[in-house]
Design a protein around this ligand. Structure first.
Ligand code: ADP
Ligand code: MG
Length: 701
């Protein structure tokens, strides 16, 4: 199988250098291997020839492709210059259809004749009340391809279609390659894994997926290929995590002592939730176990992660170590610092804040206290990772809001002590379990799945542009009652200029509408110092309104803010909306979130936004988001990065196969931890090869 990697596709009959170049640039297909692994996404039943008359219904029913049989009545060109196109009028006796070619039509015109019978295969559409088919495949009824009953449909780009590279081209090339193989494709999975899971062999699977004979074998082929992708990932992750656990010693922290106990009896302002207790127990077991902890704590916004982190840090202190907590922004670091300092004020812990703007004098104090061990907890931003920050004995590093922290930055923690500190990563982006298993495969995962009692869910409504007057009146009532309000605008890369304008206009408008209340403005284009200053105006209460882009998404805590207006809500992902909404409802007062949207939104978008109005459960929202948008779009997961692009497996829909692959990986590695047994050589090579094609497969360790 691997040998096929070295065969350039330009040598495949029917491809040649020009097409090879296009396939490489458009689809990344360079070798025969790539070609065989460019799987069809669907199949078309070609056994049914439809009457042209029925195509109006087919369009209405959104049928993708149809096959019709008939004759061209006439050919005409329309338009001029580059816009010139060829239109063939096609009839099968039941009705007529316009067939349009925008490109390559001179060739087409030479090849096709009126009066002769053809099969057209393509996507019907309606344009100006006329049935149309653009760039269909045309063949004569007695050609070889016409006899196929099932035709694979491959992912293609518009450019390829324009250059007349169709599913048909790819399929023919694949069949050409498979027909010329001297031996069956070499199996890549361990035979034991294949047998134990009843999976199809690679040769049969590849042949079947490109040329299925029946639905049953097709689904077995798809299962095999999905399994393979997921199995590579699971084996790799599991191997890393086992190796890390075996190799890296961790500090052993068996004691519960003064700090923890004093805190519990003197500072804890409320009873812990059951979920918090459970997660603290899991953390304790890790820290006492002698292996380095690498644990991810997932918990919805407001579930009380900070407290859990603090208690883990106290455990480290009780065992004679220091701890640090890092947040992605100065504002967040500052808030954590204030929170922690105020909670532990009674017990005399030494807590300090280190950010880019820490003054030199203060910095000197921090440095010396870190080194002589008298500083217990350092809270900060990336500044904590700088080389010159030296701890006497750093035992635990907590990283809040993980997805804003670069992987490489986390790795720098390791340089801080001979034995790596325990690491606790906290994220408010709840992701479904099977996805966590893949994306955070070598982290242990804890979940805080319970909110502190007495929280009132944020009342969420969807409002349209024509209801603005009412929304403004409601905002004013909140302001008059002494509360604060967020107004959030989307800011996306593709449209930055326009978005920036809308947030600036929104600011001007808010100043006008809500005078004399003061308005602060925060967006990503502002200098950090100005951003912090604006933010501070809102945090201190001087400004009653904060107009912002999503920079406020993470962790800002202003309990007096009771209302959030989200403009163009349809442009946000659900998980992102959920994070944003988490900024309100943090105090005792009833809170509101208004999703503003244009009136003309599609049914899908409305359905999406209605999930927000119907639930406040982050996991339900994440699951729905993933089902609707695909896993790649979920906040925070894209950056974590899989070792290679999945071609066929789908993290949102193949949860069961992920679990199957995970178990199979466990069995394999139990038996052969280094994949060094001769029976597993083929697989070990295939895995190494897959991983070598990646550039950024960096994990937390
Ligand atoms: P997260 O970081 O998970 O979004 P925080 O740690 O900021 O949540 O906690 C949100 C709020 O809930 C804080 O004001 C915190 O003091 C409070 N809180 C945390 N745990 C509890 C609890 N067990 N009971 C009541 N309130 C709690
Ligand atoms: Mg938090």
């Amino acid at each position: 199988m691997l040998a096929t990697r070295r065969f350039d596709i330009k040598y495949v009959k029917g491809i040649g250098p020009a097409r090879a170049k296009l396939l490489a640039s458009e689809l990344g297909i360079e070798s025969v291997y790539d070609l065989l692994h460019h799987y069809p996404t669907s199949y078309i039943d070609r056994s049914t020839i439809r009457p042209v008359r029925s195509l109006f219904d087919a369009v209405a029913a959104e049928v993708a492709y149809v096959l019709v049989r008939g004759r061209f009545v006439s050919f005409n060109t329309l338009g001029e210059g580059a816009k010139m196109r060829l239109i063939g009028l096609f009839s099968d006796g039941t009705s007529t259809l316009e067939v349009v070619w925008f490109q390559g039509w001179r060739e087409v015109r030479k090849r096709l004749r009126t009066g002769e019978e053809y099969l057209l295969f393509g996507k019907p559409g309606i344009f100006n009340n006329t049935l149309q088919m653009v760039h269909p495949e045309v063949e004569s009824p007695d050609s070889a391809g016409a006899a196929e009953t099932v035709r694979a449909v491959y992912p293609l780009t518009e450019k390829l279609r324009q250059r007349n590279i169709t599913s048909r081209t790819l399929h023919a090339a694949v069949m050409q390659v498979l027909g010329n193989l001297k031996a069956p494709l070499k199996e890549t999975l361990p035979l034991s894994t294949l047998a134990a899971n009843g999976l199809m062999g690679i040769d049969a699977a590849i042949r079947t997926i490109h040329n299925p004979t029946d639905a049953d074998s097709l689904s077995r082929a798809r299962l095999r290929l999905k399994f393979e992708e997921l199995f590579y990932i699971q084996t790799d992750m599991l191997r890393r995590s086992r190796k890390r656990k075996a190799d890296t010693q961790g500090y052993i922290m068996p004691h519960i002592g003064r700090w923890f106990n004093d805190f519990y009896s003197q500072c804890l302002p409320f009873e812990l939730t059951g979920a918090q207790k459970r997660v603290i127990k899991e953390i304790r077991a890790d820290m006492a176990g002698g292996r380095q902890m690498n644990r991810l704590v997932q918990g919805d916004v407001g579930s009380g992660k900070t407290l859990v982190a603090l208690m883990a840090m106290l455990l480290a202190l009780d065992n004679g170590y220091q701890a640090c907590l890092m947040a992605p922004t100065e504002i967040l670091a500052g808030q954590h610092y204030e929170t922690i300092r105020s909670i532990v004020a009674k017990i005399g812990l030494n807590v300090k804040l280190l950010t880019g703007s820490t003054k030199v004098a203060e910095r000197r104090v921090i440095d010396s206290q870190l080194r002589d061990g008298t500083l217990h907890i350092l809270v900060g931003t990336h500044a904590v990772l700088e080389d010159k920050v030296e701890f006497a004995h750093l035992g635990l590093a907590v990283i809040d809001e993980q997805h804003r922290f670069g992987v490489a930055q986390r790795a720098r923690l390791w340089a801080k002590s001979a034995v790596p500190p325990h690491v606790l990563v906290m994220t408010a982006t709840p992701i479904p379990r099977t996805l966590a298993m893949t994306v955070y495969g070598d982290l242990d995962v804890s979940v805080i799945d319970e909110l502190p009692p007495g929280r009132k869910p944020v009342a969420t409504v969807l409002r349209y542009d024509d209801q603005r007057a009412k929304v403004r009146a409601a905002v004013r009532r909140q302001l008059d009652a002494g509360h604060q309000v967020y107004i959030v605008y989307p800011l996306v890369k593709e449209n930055e200029k326009l978005d920036l304008r809308s947030v600036e206009e929104g600011f001007a408008q808010a100043e006008q509408t809500y005078a004399p209340y003061k308005v602060a403005l925060v967006h990503g284009q502002l200098k950090p110092a100005i951003k912090d200053e604006q933010m501070e105006r809102f945090v201190s209460g001087e400004a009653a309104i904060l107009v912002a882009t999503t920079v406020i998404e993470v962790g800002v805590n202003v309990p007096n803010a009771t209302t959030m207006i989200i403009e163009n809500a349809e442009r946000f992902g659900l998980s992102q909306l959920h994070q944003l909404r988490g900024r309100v409802g943090r105090g005792a007062d009833r809170s509101y979130c208004v999703l503003m949207s244009k009136h003309q939104i599609g049914a899908d978008t409305r359905k999406r936004l209605e999930i927000m109005t119907s639930t406040t459960d982050g996991f339900v929202i994440a699951e729905a988001d993933m089902q609707m948008r695909g896993p790649g779009d979920i906040e925070g997961t894209a950056q974590s990065g899989l070792p290679f692009d999945l071609k066929i497996a789908n993290l949102a829909h193949d949860g069961q196969i992920i679990q199957l692959a995970r178990r199979a990986a466990e069995v394999l590695l139990d038996d052969d931890p280094d994949l060094s047994l001769p029976a597993n050589h083929g697989f070990a090579n295939a895995l190494a090869d897959m991983l070598s094609r990646t550039t950024d497969w960096s994990r937390i360790s």
